[in-house]
Design a protein around this ligand. Sequence first.
Ligand code: HSE
Length: 447
Amino acid sequence: MGAIPMGDRKISVGLCGFGIVGQGVYDHLTRKRKLLAEQLGADISLARVAVRDKSKKRDVEIDLSLITEDSLSVATDPEIDVVCELMGGTGLALEIVTRALVAGKIVVTANKALLCDHGKELLAAAQEHGGHLLFEASVAGGIPVIKAIREGLIINDFSRIDGILNGTCNYILTRMANEGLSYQEILAEAKALGFAEADESLDVDGIDAAHKAVVLAYLAYGKWADLEEVRLDGITRVNQEDIRFAEDNGYAVKLIASVERERQSKALYVSVLPALVPKSSSLGSVDGVFNAISIHGDVVGETVYIGPGAGRHATSSAVISDIVDAVKLLIFGGPEGRFPFLDPAPKNGNELEIAGPVEVHSRYYVRMRVDDRPGVMAEIASILASREVSLASVTQKEVGVDAERVSLIITTHMTSEKAIMETIDDLGNLDSVQGSPMTMPIRDFGE
Ligand code: HSE
């Protein structure tokens, strides 16, 4: 058998960052180099790899002459066509991506925090200098949801997007439900498996999912929301009582990121909140490190995407799809070897208002620890009445006669986010309620 043709063009990729994902990209691209060359007619060569510490032991074998500790030199190397930023963070990563874009390169990144904080200026730099910024791996790991929104669903106006966007939280919540453990007990394992962020509070406080929701909001509506505009809560207060209540009532507790237009005002609402989700809904049965996204488009209706949302292989799969798109831009592009910059999002979204708490409505779950004595229920009911919040159910388990405090769980009918926030504040101020009540929306997802 003769030599396998490697294609006429050689495309040089520089990797900045050689951690879990960087090594995965290197490994998979190296293994499939010949197959890809046959398919694309271009040979993808991993020409340089920037690391923080050259002496660190790696899982994959790599030609040491490719390695440098000078990541900025990779970003601006004239021999490099595609710069792949896989370091994370918003310090050095911002500098690398900016410099590469200013040098007119195609940049691939998995960095959701960077996009959330600087996406607007980075896309402007790509446009100004003739480069491109590709970021499929930044949301939902191995699920090609960015391509789905940008390409497959382009004709649609979106009424809402709901997703499980953080694999670590979904893994923790699933194991809490299946094994009765607390989130702290499971977090260490999620870290060892390579799902969790280096700073795990980004996962469990919902910030990572919020970064991703901001990216989805931009893609769907063309508006960069500020992180501060996202209604945000993580999973650290979710406990076994919440999980058991959910199970007993046909729900699962999931960290749900939502991007939606309010029906009346049309304002944009972006949220990341633990929520009760019907177990039978498309998101309610998605377990472990899997992510899922349900997208409602006016032309297509609902489409749902499910797959592994974190980890070496899932994220590498998405990064490599962007590298291949970069290759296609370079080999099939216009006279300068490039297609002109295409805005990844609708252009008319910048003026959208962010929805206020009066405009947002849901059913709610509220758990609080209360004194077990006469009159407490009446105080609580009176607060709900004063805020015009209607009770849907009340659950208090019988405890021993000597117990001084007991858990009380209520659910409400539809009410505004403003009313529930004020109710929670009022309840937290009662002497008979210990600490601040824990609350979650109940998402029926049209069930
Ligand atoms: N820490 C993230 C997660 C990694 O758990 O989803 C993928 O973005």
